[in-house]
Design a protein around this ligand. Structure first.
Ligand SMILES: *Cc1c(COP(=O)(O)O)cnc(C)c1O
Length: 237
C-alpha cells in the first residue's frame, strides 16, 4: 500500500474512533478534552506512527519493549511524541525502557518499581507510572494481569516514594468474558481510593477498541486503542 493510501485509511479510522469517543462523552456528560487517546501501534511499522503523528496523534503505546525501543528510535525526530509501555515488563528490561518510555502502564510489583526507579535515575529522566490492577475475580497470580487490588495501596506507595518515578494513576484491562462496565466501575472505585492517598494520581487507563464506550462511561482518562485505529493484527505467534 502507498503511504498516501495508508494515510487515508488511518485518517478514516481515526475519524471513526473520534466519532465513537465524542458520542460516548456526550452520553456520559464528559468533555473530550479530559481524555487522552493512545494509539497502540504494536505489530505495525514506525511509518504508521509517523502518519498518525502527522494526523495529530501524540500518544502511542506498545506492549513489547524490543519493538517499542526500535520504533521510538526510528521516530526520534517526532517532537512531543509520548511513548506508553502498556504490556508486561521484565525487571531486567527496566534500564532500556527508561531511555524512551514516558509512561509505563504495567507496574505490577515492587521489584519492578525499584528497577525502574534506578533506571530512570541513571537515564536522568522521570517516568510516569500507572499501577496495573488485576480485575479478575479472584486475581490470578500469573504475572500477566496486574497486581492484586488488595495490594494497590502498598504498591502505589512504593511508586510514590521512588525518587525518579511519578505515580500518575491506575490501569487495567477488562477481564475476558467479564462485563466491561462492571469491571471499569470497579476500577473507578479503586482509582478513588488511590486518590485519597495520592491526589494527583488522576490517570485511569482503561478501554480498548472493543470497550472504549464503557471505559468512558466509567470515567477513564486514557484509552488504549489499537485495532480500531490501525486495523487487525496478525494473530500472536
Ligand atoms: C493491544 C493492547 C491494547 C489495544 O487493543 P485493541 O483491542 O487492539 O484496541 C490495549 N491495551 C493493551 C494492554 C494491549 O496490549
Amino acid at each position: 500500500m502507498t503511504d498516501v493510501a495508508r494515510r487515508g485509511e488511518l485518517a478514516a479510522n481515526l475519524a471513526e474512533v473520534e466519532e465513537r469517543v465524542g458520542r460516548a462523552c456526550r452520553a456520559a456528560g464528559r468533555d473530550r478534552a479530559g481524555l487522552t487517546l493512545i494509539a497502540v501501534t504494536k505489530t505495525f511499522p514506525a511509518a504508521d506512527v509517523a502518519l498518525l503523528y502527522d494526523l495529530g496523534v501524540r500518544d502511542v503505546g506498545e506492549n513489547r519493549h524490543q519493538e517499542a525501543a526500535a520504533k521510538a528510535d526510528a521516530c526520534a525526530n517526532l517532537a512531543g511524541l509520548r511513548w506508553h509501555l502498556v504490556g508486561q515488563l521484565q525487571t531486567n528490561k527496566a534500564s532500556a525502557v527508561a531511555r524512551y518510555a514516558d509512561v509505563v502502564h504495567s507496574v505490577d510489583r515492587e521489584r519492578l518499581v525499584h528497577a525502574l526507579d534506578r533506571a530512570a535515575g541513571q537515564a536522568a529522566r522521570r517516568i510516569d507510572c500507572l499501577v496495573q490492577v488485576d480485575l479478575r475475580r479472584p486475581p490470578v497470580e500469573d504475572g500477566r494481569g496486574g497486581a492484586d487490588p488488595a495490594g494497590l495501596a502498598r504498591l502505589a506507595g512504593a511508586v510514590a516514594d521512588a525518587e525518579h518515578l511519578h505515580l500518575a494513576g491506575i490501569m487495567a484491562v477488562a477481564p475476558l468474558g467479564a462485563d466491561p462496565r462492571e469491571a471499569f466501575d470497579r476500577l473507578a472505585q479503586l482509582a478513588v481510593s488511590l486518590r485519597e492517598d495520592h491526589p494527583d494520581a488522576t490517570v485511569v487507563s482503561a478501554g480498548m477498541s472493543g470497550d472504549l464506550e464503557h471505559a468512558i462511561a466509567s470515567g477513564a482518562t486514557h484509552l488504549r486503542v489499537g485495532t480500531a485505529l490501525l486495523g487487525s493484527r496478525p494473530p500472536l505467534g
